[in-house]
Ligand binder design. Structure first.
Ligand code: ATP
Ligand code: MG
Length: 565
């Protein structure tokens, strides 16, 4: 689409520019090596996809390498379930780590040895301040901190205490290992940050081998260094941690990657914090991590998103240094763009209204040729059975049509897609006065959908043959949150109060064409005139379930106009 080529930046983003400059200058031995370092304490979301596409994209663009590394240094909230889901999601997005599936916890011994080296250099010490005291001693943005009374311990004493911390002689929280930097440093992160804490907790991979665990700032640069990462890309919150990242590596005198920060992705009408996503799942506000309303990768997948659509989205939003919020409509725009090209068309009726073609022979069945995908001639055609009794969409008929309603009405002729022109002759009602069925006639000369006499109709309807249709359940979704910014809650309320009561609507008794008989979970479809749908994993042999992925109408152009105005 034209639109798109305009939106794709011609210039390299600032990180790619940096990588290109480094290559040009011969830095890093002309290597490019990036990583995606998730902590396995939750499922990945669309924000992580931005980071994955960026890190993997750079490695791919510059002929470099990409590592998938679990930053699994905190035993408390980490679980194998999350590890497994992350591996599945990163692979599904198309990022290839080859044989480099790595774990920070594999480096615990090396990290410990380096900590000992810093102690020996007089650059780290064992501190007995409690967590609260440590906070008090740290000072504030406007006030310098105070030196810990344990800061002047001798190297010998520190080595002894640190070894005993490791050996499990002390209870949780009783001691920490801290870097000895500067308690009056203008950057609070540099005020003797904690490197290790005592935690008698089992780790999902190392079990009970360790009872001291490294803090993020200490561990992360070491992991990058061990793996020979060249460009360590992270989100903006870490910008003022960079001096510490650099300090540790410089003091150790080991290989030193370049940390680069970019703005994280925020999206309208959704939350992206792992804590909040966990809360939505744990408290049952959604049906699970992969609920199609969730911004998780597995939720988007179940909703019917394709990896291509997500990658295109990440490309369009680009990379920069300013935090902003992207409109959800842009994500849907990318989604429609790919689904339009890739999804086979089928006919499905969500809210069926019976139609009897009175002049059509009883018992006759015709196979009408239907185009599978007008965007892709190679997708070919299929046969759709047509017979005397059909279903159309209830909304496609009005007994007393207003001016602009061009679909079926008493006495009016419309086209049934790929089939015939039909005219509504009679409306049959039940005892309660509800429309139960329509009686129509068809014109045999219009087979295929055109009249030899050239007469026109104003509407084309989708339909299914009643005798051949399969029953289905269809789940319709809206945004999970009513507000663009769900965190904007009134006094005493939270983001949970902004959950939309209408975000899931389950429609049963839908009728779909027989081509869907053998559909597999996650197959993607366009239901003609209705939108894009995806087969839900709840589908069983005799009960089909579909999720509505997104409607046909693109709202992105409207959003853009609004933004420009
Ligand atoms: P936590 O608070 O648990 O650290 P996190 O979302 O930062 O949450 P990580 O597992 O540490 O989770 O994230 C892995 C990588 O994904 C990090 O490099 C992080 O910077 C990046 N990332 C996380 N959220 C976003 C986002 N919204 N946009 C872009 N990148 C993100
Ligand atoms: Mg993080």
């Amino acid at each position: 689409m034209d639109n798109e080529s305009q939106m794709v930046p011609e210039r390299l983003d600032f990180i790619r520019q940096m990588v290109a400059d480094d290559l040009e200058a011969g830095k890093w031995d002309r290597r490019v090596h990036t990583r995606f370092p998730p902590e396995p304490n939750g499922y990945l979301h669309i924000g992580h996809a931005k980071s994955i596409c960026l890190n993997y994209g750079i490695a791919a663009d510059f002929g470099g390498k990409f590592n998938l590394r679990f930053d699994d240094t905190n035993p408390c909230k980490e679980e194998q379930e999350y590890v497994d889901s992350i591996i599945e999601d990163v692979r599904w997005l198309g990022a290839d780590w080859q044989d480099r599936l790595l774990y920070g916890s594999d480096y615990f011994q090396q990290m410990y040895d380096w900590a000992v080296a810093l102690v020996k250099k007089g650059k780290a010490y064992v501190c007995d301040l409690t967590a609260d005291q440590t906070r008090d001693y740290r000072g504030t943005l406007t006030q310098a901190g105070k030196n810990s009374p344990y800061r002047s311990r001798s190297v010998e004493e520190n080595l002894d205490l640190f070894a005993r911390m490791k050996n499990g002689e002390f209870p949780d929280g009783s001691k920490t290992l801290k870097a000895k930097i500067d308690m009056s440093h203008p950057n609070i992160n540099m005020r003797d940050p904690v490197m290790y804490r005592i935690l008698h907790a089992s780790h999902h991979r190392t079990g009970d081998a360790w009872c001291i665990y490294p803090m993020y700032d200490w561990a992360h640069g070491l992991e990058d260094s061990i793996e020979g990462i060249t460009h360590s890309i992270c989100t903006l919150e870490f910008e003022n941690h960079r001096p510490l990242y650099d300090w540790f590596l410089d003091e150790l005198g080991i290989y030193h990657p370049q940390q680069i920060e970019f703005a994280r992705l925020n999206l309208t009408n959704t939350v992206m914090s792992k804590r909040k996503l966990l809360q939505l799942v744990k408290e049952g506000h959604v049906r699970g991590w992969d609920d199609p309303r969730m911004p998780t990768i597995c939720g988007l997948r179940r909703r019917g998103f394709s990896p291509e659509a997500i990658r295109q989205f990440c490309k369009l939003i680009g990379v920069n240094k300013f935090n902003s919020t992207v409109d959800y409509a842009l994500l849907e725009h990318c989604l429609r763009d790919h689904l339009n090209a890739a999804s086979p068309r089928v006919m499905a009726v969500l809210n069926p209204l019976k139609v009897v073609i009175t002049n059509y022979p009883d018992g006759q069945v015709e196979e009408m040729a239907a185009v599978n995908n007008p965007e892709n001639p190679a997708a070919g055609t299929r046969k759709v059975p047509f017979s005397k009794v059909l279903y159309i969409e209830r909304e496609d008929f009005m007994e007393e049509p207003p001016k602009k309603f061009f679909r079926l009405a008493p006495g009016r002729e419309v086209r049934l897609r790929y089939a015939y022109f039909v005219t509504c002759m009679d409306v049959v009602k039940d005892a309660a006065g509800n429309i139960a069925e329509l009686r129509c006639t068809y014109d045999p000369a219009t087979r295929g959908g055109d009249a030899p006499d050239g007469r026109k109709v104003k509407a084309t309807l989708h339909w299914v043959s009643a005798a051949h249709a399969l029953d289905a359940e269809v789940r319709l979704y809206e945004h999970l949150f009513t507000k663009e910014n769900p965190d904007e809650a009134e006094e005493g309320k939270t983001f949970l109060d902004n959950i939309s009561p209408d975000s899931l609507q389950i429609v049963t008794g839908c009728k779909v064409e027989p081509a869907l008989k053998n559909t597999r979970p996650l197959d993607r479809w366009q239901f003609e005139r209705l939108g894009y749908f995806c087969t839900d994993p709840d589908t069983r042999d005799n009960s089909l379930v579909f999720n509505k992925t997104v409607g046909l109408k693109d709202t992105w152009a409207k959003v853009q106009q609004k933004e420009q105005a």
